[in-house]
Write a protein that binds this ligand. Structure first.
Ligand code: F3S
Length: 424
């Protein structure tokens, strides 16, 4: 690994022990990946907030110990200074306004409150969402970022034209302190071209259908880089968010190329660059139906819980859910949790959307989601969601049955207390 004079001095302790630890971690990490150098970043989004019994034990020695161990992989406790560059907390485990509904121990909520105060003093902003791009963190084209969270990474690379790999707790800790990240993978333009082609032979219209196409894509290409041909309808922001999250969950897709959408892919030819265009993988009616069926993990129609907002809802989605719920009541045996970033919740409150959702019996939650918190309403056995990503993870994580469908199907089913969607 070639370091600049400044970086070598940082590694050797010129800026203190924590920066030296961070630089040492980045060098070891980069060398393991075959990176030849580091690159500067001013955009870091990671996971720093931690609130579970293990962290509570560590925090007895102070939060510097928690950061040293979990975000710098350091056995020694080093004093953590202010972050060197803008740094953001991604989604976290507890909604401090709704922790009782989540079933969280008040001691853990208090731990998170103290953790947030510690992190905020060090310049880490508590956006607490898996969608940093919805709350003001919008990388410009070509910007080098250090982000965790697969749904955010794929959106950053493919829709915004930023550049990031899927980072981890330790590398984002070190990146926040140094403003550096190894230059490898999707930071390098030559690694960003498409290598798989998906031929879309059916109309892909509403958000659920985009989730299904994303799920098919990840399943087929795994960790590779697909481009698309035959898409008739240009997807909007909300559909791209669900599409990317699904592709990153059924596979490990970190970048896709949609000509006319992906900034560096104005044409299919540009998407492939020097790569040969391979034979297409066809997405037709049979593939659409099979993928839709693959997302259903339930047999019982009686519904205990409906989860909306994975990835976290935009304000447009909050407005749509409020419209669908206006004047209706959720079935008394069914819980509805709607997830949105805290910053968007403020707008939803002022717009009256939250009040409509709550009057219907729903809960508006921020900062977290059931897959991250591992908290669901008590006794849940059957879940429905409008998110292909959540439909992929929640049944496995929470050992529940799960239905997948459109937001309209989910809301109608929450009111009826049973799944009204179709299987395929
Ligand atoms: Fe976000 Fe949780 Fe879904 S982190 S993308 S709401 S699984």
């Amino acid at each position: 690994m070639r370091l600049t004079v400044e970086e070598a001095a940082m590694r050797d302790g010129s800026q203190g022990a924590s920066i030296a630890r961070a630089m040492d971690l980045l060098v070891r990490y980069g060398e393991a990946l075959g990176a030849e150098r580091l690159v500067k970043t001013r955009n870091v989004a990671g996971a720093y907030n931690a609130s579970n019994p293990t962290v509570a034990d560590m925090a007895r020695d102070g939060f510097d110990r928690v950061f040293s161990e979990l975000n710098l992989d350091s056995d020694d406790v080093v004093e953590i200074p202010h972050m060197a560059v803008p740094t953001q907390q991604l989604i976290t485990g507890i909604d401090l306004d709704n922790y009782e509904i989540q079933g969280v121990d008040p001691k853990m909520a208090d731990l998170q409150r103290r953790s947030e105060a510690y992190l905020g003093k060090r310049g880490i902003n508590m956006a607490c969402t898996c969608t940093p791009y919805q709350v003001g963190n919008v990388p410009v084209r070509g910007e080098h970022c250090a982000w965790m969270e697969s749904s955010a990474v794929i959106f950053c690379n493919s829709v915004l034209g930023g550049r990031t790999n899927v980072e981890g707790k330790e590398s984002t800790g070190a990146a926040g302190l140094t403003g550096r990240i190894p230059y490898w993978g999707l930071h390098m333009p030559e690694n960003r071209y498409a290598d798989h082609l998906i031929q879309v032979d059916v109309d892909v219209d509403d958000m659920a259908e985009w989730g299904v196409l994303g799920y098919f894509t990840g399943y087929e290409v795994e960790e590779n880089q697909p481009a698309f041909r035959g898409l008739g309808n240009a997807p909007d922001f909300m559909k791209l968010k669900h599409f990317g999250a699904a592709a990153a969950s059924s596979g490990g897709v970190e970048i896709f190329h949609m000509p006319g959408v992906t900034p560096e892919a104005p044409t299919l030819e540009a998407a492939f660059g020097p790569n040969d265009m391979p034979a297409p993988i066809v997405y037709g009616e049979a593939q659409r139906k099979r993928t839709w069926e693959r997302l259903q993990h339930a047999s019982e129609r009686k519904l205990d819980f409906v989860m909306l907002g994975c990835p976290h809802n935009s304000i447009e989605q909050m407005g749509l859910i409020a419209e669908l719920l206006e004047g209706r009541k959720i079935h008394p045996d069914t819980a509805l949790w709607v997830h949105t970033p805290r910053a968007i919740r403020q707008i939803a409150d002022r717009s009256g959307f939250s009040a409509v959702i709550e009057a219907a019996g729903g809960v508006v939650m921020s900062d977290t989601c059931p897959s991250i918190s591992r908290k669901l309403p008590p006794g849940v056995r059957v879940v429905a969601t409008d998110s292909a990503k959540q439909a992929h993870y929640l049944p496995a994580i929470a050992k529940v049955e799960g239905w997948f469908g459109s937001v309209e199907q989910c809301v109608d089913s929450a009111v009826a207390g049973e799944w009204l969607g179709v299987v395929g």
